[in-house]
Design a binder for this molecule. Structure first.
Ligand code: GLN
Length: 309
């Protein structure tokens, strides 16, 4: 995808935008309910110059579940794969992202993967740091490195809004604490989790981050390895198998790009050795994925033959 295709990208956004009327903004986190459902924006980064983009690119949004990719990468770097996968599995669930049912039925009881809420909460508990503030600052610095944007931080209003309403996530934590999967005080864990879900950026930042993950963890500008190769691979694999919740199979067939969505309407795409894609469209389908964003990714992937399969 090169700059001269910007015209095509604008057309694809216009096309996909029509679907946004059929979606619904997430409002179980009250602050997310204020988003404009007709918004659709995309940035594509290929490592050389600036991103190409279409739609309202200045709009910032919170990462929500996209942050699960980043906490997983950092936990793997902090603790190593053996430690992480003793506490969280590697298999897709086929259930909604916030489901509790498999926690009870799996033996031994552990979350099936790090991309669902239970798994991500367990992963958040693994981050190294003396305090919540330390852990959050380490995660933010990691994300600042990945995006090349020093100003990345979290949105305190969205974090607080989720903290006040996160009883389902609290129940997942209590269940896991009983089974020795998480160790922290539940309120502290929810505090850190809701803050990392509320980390904010725009589509350009997201596309750059996606590029580095696709590029085996290497920053094209500094040539620095920000994520070790094996960890970038693990993360991309989870994005393929579990990144779009219980729509991951259909997404693999229709789009075929390692991707991760969030209920804010963001989608992160990482084409291995290819491009990074950042999308924002807050109108969601019934599985919690951006409805316009999914269509847009389908159009982009077809046009540029981006499927990895
Ligand atoms: N913070 C959100 C939650 O835990 C993230 C969920 C998501 O984006 N699917 O409910």
């Amino acid at each position: 995808m090169n700059c001269y295709q910007k015209e095509d990208l604008i057309k694809m956004v216009e096309d996909a935008k029509q679907l946004t009327q059929k979606g619904k903004v997430a409002d179980y986190i009250p602050a997310l309910g204020e988003a404009d459902p007709s918004t659709l924006a995309v940035a594509i980064y290929s490592g050389e110059r600036e991103c190409i983009y279409a739609g309202n690119i200045d709009e910032v949004f919170t990462l929500q579940s996209i942050s699960k990719v980043l906490t997983l990468a950092l936990a793997l770097m902090d603790r190593g794969a053996d430690y992480v996968f003793q506490r969280v599995g590697m298999e897709p669930t086929g259930d909604p992202f916030n489901s509790i049912s498999k926690l009870e039925s799996s033996v031994p009881s552990k979350p099936l993967n790090p991309m669902i809420n239970a798994g991500a909460l367990a992963v958040t508990d693994m981050l190294v740091g003396n305090t919540i503030e330390d852990k959050l600052e380490r995660l933010l610095n990691f994300i600042r490195q990945l995006t090349g944007n020093d100003r990345i931080t979290y949105n305190p209003v969205v974090a607080q809004s989720e903290f006040e309403t996160a009883d389902l996530n609290r129940s997942l934590c209590y269940f896991m604490r009983q089974h020795g999967i998480v160790e922290s005080n539940v309120e502290q864990l929810i505090n850190l989790y809701t803050k990392h879900c509320a980390i904010e950026m725009n589509c350009n930042d997201l596309a750059k981050l996606g590029f580095v993950i696709g590029n085996e963890g290497r920053d094209p500008n500094s040539d620095q390895n920000i994520i070790p190769l094996e960890i970038a691979r693990i993360v991309k694999t989870f994005m393929v198998t579990c990144g779009m919740y219980n729509a991951s199979g259909e997404f693999a067939i229709k789009v075929g790009i390692p991707a991760k969505s969030g209920v804010s309407g963001g989608i992160l795409g990482s084409v291995p050795h290819g491009v990074g894609i950042g999308i924002y469209g807050p109108a969601l389908d019934d599985k919690g994925n951006s409805i316009g964003g999914l269509r847009l990714l389908e159009l982009i992937a077809k046009q540029s033959n981006l499927s990895i399969f």
